[in-house]
Design a protein around this ligand. Structure first.
Ligand SMILES: [Zn+2]
Length: 80
């Protein structure tokens, strides 16, 4: 398993809260939670790194958090 590079950043707590609000807004618009959530994080420069290790505070013990595996400045990340 890959280790998280020290300089790759996870979203801050406030950014996650904002993304969750964006997700709830997109539910109201009929797009579903993830549409708003993921687009908000991508607008901030984050992307979901599929091969990254779990980034949850408890390593996913209680299930993965919405922001699991979202990082900024991940090396060699594909720019979509
Ligand atoms: Zn996780």
């Amino acid at each position: 398993m890959l280790k998280q590079p020290k300089y790759a950043l996870s979203p801050t707590a406030n950014e996650v809260i904002d993304a969750e609000f964006a997700g709830f807004s997109s539910i109201d618009e009929g797009q579903g939670f993830w549409y708003g959530f993921e687009n908000h994080l991508m607008a901030l420069g984050y992307e979901r790194i599929a091969e990254a290790p779990c980034s949850c505070a408890d390593n996913g013990w209680h299930g993965h958090q919405s922001e699991c595996r979202w990082f900024r400045d991940w090396p060699n990340a594909s720019k979509l």
